[in-house]
Write a protein of this length. Structure first.
Length: 365
């Protein structure tokens, strides 16, 4: 342990405060993790992602299979059509990578998969070292589509973290501090297939074709990153718009006239992250501290005769000195429609118009 001496008056104390959170609908048999990494980042950060997978079934063990969608606006559609690059738990299921902990997860049980990008998909350094991950969950040893497969629900979370230096009181020397290495990190939940942004879900009950990211700002002290994951079927491309809004709710005006906005084409299974988004996309050297960012599905193109369109997004608010991150979860601009879940509830009229078909299925061997 390396020791460095400080006086109490010069020591800075860091408090990590956990904010209360409301319960969410996170269990599903198909889950999209919008961001994971095993990579270096700004200001010396070294990001890693550990996955926490929980079997919520009370009776049956489950297996899970994971698909990695590398970042970089590449077409990842083929990764969902065969299992060649999948990570699963059983040797005989045709997966490209095997980790036995992904098989026979007991009822109510949780497994932790450490740094799967670094240990499996990018172990040889031949693919991008960050992106999104998709999880399929099913009853243990029922993967093959022979009429015996039983889809089951799971919950997926990730902790994304980077090492950092901390100073704690030296118990043997009053007024002195010991330098230790710990981590800063954030938890990001997986998004169930039924909670994706959906371009068809626009109607009298709301517009669910876009998601909002709040708390955006950038200056010498903080940076704000934004990511997009095309969660549609493997043949569907999205045209996505990113637009910042001022604290008064109005769009930022563009120097060229009109509103400030940016559009990007995200290929099937595609993933992209924009670091310091307000600077890199919109030219803010210093941005206000009350910016909202809307990310919308503008249109799509597909080679699928019955396309299923979906998208999820995320934001990261990071301290530029310590790399301490805060995950910004996307929000819809409209409330949850209770009638969709509980038919006897009395709240408004009409259906919610939310996604009713899963974008992805498990392919045959």
């Amino acid at each position: 342990m390396f020791r460095r001496v400080f006086t109490a008056g010069l020591a800075a104390l860091l408090f990590l405060v956990a904010a209360p959170a409301t319960a969410q609908f996170l269990a599903a048999d198909l889950i999209y993790l919008p961001a994971a990494a095993s990579t270096g980042g700004a200001n010396g950060s070294q990001w890693r992602s550990d996955l926490y997978i929980t079997n919520v079934d009370t009776e049956d063990a489950i297996d899970v299979a994971l698909v990695y969608a590398p970042t970089g606006l590449t077409n990842n559609g083929s990764r969902f059509i065969t299992r060649d690059t999948w990570l699963g738990g059983r040797e005989g299921d045709g997966f490209g990578y095997i980790d036995p902990i992904l098989a026979d997860i007991p009822p109510g049980g949780t497994v932790i998969l450490r740094d799967p990008i670094g240990n499996y998909w990018n172990a040889n350094g031949n693919v991008p070292d960050s992106g999104g991950i998709v999880l399929f969950a099913y009853e243990a040893n029922t993967l093959e589509d022979d009429g015996t497969r039983v889809l089951k629900n799971a919950i997926l979370n990730t902790r994304v973290y980077t090492p950092n230096t901390f100073y704690q009181p030296d118990p043997d020397n009053e007024g002195e501090f010991i330098e230790v290495v710990g981590t800063y990190g954030q938890t990001l939940p997986g998004v169930p297939w039924y909670n994706l942004a959906d371009s068809s879900a626009v109607g009298e009950n709301g517009d669910f074709s876009f998601q909002m990211l709040t708390g955006a700002t950038e200056n010498e002290e903080v940076r704000y990153n934004v990511g997009i994951f095309n969660a549609s079927d493997p043949l569907t491309t999205l045209n996505v718009q990113i637009q910042p809004f001022q604290g008064n709710g109005e769009p930022f005006p563009s120097a060229a006239g009109g509103d400030m906005l940016f559009q990007v084409t995200v290929p099937p299974g595609g993933h992209v992250q924009y670091n310091s988004v307000l600077l890199t996309l919109f030219g803010f050297a210093v941005a206000p501290d009350d910016v909202r960012i809307d990310i919308s599905i503008v249109n799509w193109a597909s080679g699928n005769s019955e396309p299923v369109v979906g998208m999820t997004t995320y934001g990261n608010y990071l301290d530029s000195t310590t790399n301490d991150p805060i995950a910004i979860l996307p929000a819809f601009a409209y409330p949850y429609n209770v009638e969709c879940q509980w038919e006897n509830a009395k709240s408004g009229s009409g259906s919610g118009g939310r996604m009713t078909r899963r974008p992805l299925e498990i392919p045959p061997r």
